[in-house]
Design a protein around this ligand. Structure first.
Ligand code: FEO
Length: 395
């Protein structure tokens, strides 16, 4: 990715990671980008860096616009290493004594990541920094999604540098929302579901706060994926909708299977729910990545989980998925469990326990069958499917 002027004297200087396929457990089938931004003013300022292994590419992109030595200020909106990994190399080029602006928690967290004693300048929420013609305002966004996270806003250009918020793990030739259109939304939704979902109440609070402040937004520049310049309101409205977690008439049947018995039960749930007008999808845990399943969980009203009993416990992929889903704290779900077993049959009980811990509404003890489902057991799945359909909102 070459340096691109995104507004007068503001350049995108980040990098594209075409080849990443696993971002700490999130499947990034189309890669991602690590965005960084350079502002040319009386004080030349860099906002964020990139992953460590891309630091030289970042420095190369900056050099297309200005000699890195001429950078006066560096801003770190977020400590996570996909945005700070390149900081040591960058500061070495820029000058170790140059002011490094970050939140107070950013100061603490960066100090725990790097041994260098940089010229940290912790900022207050709402604090301002004049660059000459342009003024930066810093907005603390604690736990969106790390304690150190903050946004940086350029008043004169009405541009928000939003760190991880409003991002997408997507690598492509496009730089802006108008170049890709609605095709970016599934990536934005997956990103929200897998990274920001646990912080939904904070997002709603932040959007209210920004609305009350009357902050005009001509452009939203996240640290991953495309920039929202045509319609920043579209991603903000989508965040409000996703944060509200209103359940749809939709069910996800997530399962694993050993000898196809639990799979037959999954198919029975899908059949009956589809007949009942519920948008339903079976998701086999060894064919669907957990991060894709969670994207469907986001707006589903019902999550139906199936596992065979293996060695008195859950099938390992089911345990993995339940642990992952629990951490993301989805809300407003009806839950149900099913599964086949040979002789002990603990899986359904164990799934119920996890779903209860997630505060899902359990409307039935679930369906467990021994060895291979017969007509009666398929009928039991159908009956439970109908009960679930009744609990979901109409279209
Ligand atoms: Fe893109 Fe929280 O790092």
């Amino acid at each position: 990715m070459r340096a691109t002027e995104i507004a007068k004297d503001i350049f995108s200087v980040g990098v594209i990671d075409w080849n990443i396929r696993d971002f700490h457990g999130y499947s990034t089938k189309e890669g991602t980008t690590y965005n960084a931004y350079l502002i040319i003013d009386e004080k030349i300022t860099l906002i964020d860096t990139v992953k460590k292994e891309f630091a030289d590419e970042l420095i190369g992109n900056i050099s297309q616009v200005v000699d890195p030595k001429n950078i006066d200020y560096v801003i770190s909106n977020h400590t996570e290493m996909d945005h700070s990994g390149g900081l040591a190399r960058l500061m070495h080029k820029v000058g170790e004594d140059k002011p490094l602006y970050c939140s107070k928690m950013g100061h603490k967290n960066l100090s725990q990541h790097f041994s260098q004693k940089w010229n940290y300048q912790p900022v207050e929420n709402g604090g301002e920094l004049s660059l000459g013609k342009k003024t930066l305002t810093f907005l603390e966004t604690r736990m969106l999604h790390w304690p150190d996270s903050m946004f940086t806003y350029v008043k004169e250009d009405k541009i928000l540098f939003s760190s991880d918020a409003f991002g997408q793990h997507y690598a492509g030739p496009e730089r802006f929302d108008d170049q890709i259109g609605d095709a970016i939304m599934p990536h934005a939704k997956k990103y929200f579901a897998n990274i920001l979902l646990p912080f939904s109440p904070l997002i709603l609070k932040l959007v209210n706060q920004v609305t009350e402040m009357g902050l005009a937004l001509d452009m939203v520049c996240p640290d991953h994926g495309i920039i929202w310049r045509d319609n920043p309101g579209k991603i903000i409205n989508a965040y409000v909708e996703w944060s509200n977690q209103a359940p749809k008439r939709k069910a996800v049947v997530v399962y694993d299977t050993m000898w196809h018995s639990t799979e037959k039960m999954a198919d029975a749930f899908v059949d009956v729910l589809t007949q009942e007008g519920v948008d339903t999808k079976p998701m086999h845990l060894r064919n669907c990545h957990r991060s894709d399943i969670i994207t469907d969980v986001l707006d589903a009203g019902a999550i139906i989980v199936g596992s065979p009993t293996l060695n008195n416990g859950l099938f390992p992929t089911v345990s993995d998925f339940l642990t992952y889903m629990k951490g993301l704290k989805p809300k407003n779900k009806v839950g149900a469990a099913f599964g086949s077993y040979g002789w002990s049959g603990e899986a359904v009980k164990l799934i119920n326990k996890e779903l209860e811990a997630m505060k899902f509404e359990l409307i039935d003890p679930g369906v467990k069958i021994q060895y291979v489902p017969n007509e009666q057991s398929i009928e039991a799945c159908h009956e439970l499917g109908k009960k679930i359909a009744q609990r979901l909102p109409a279209e």
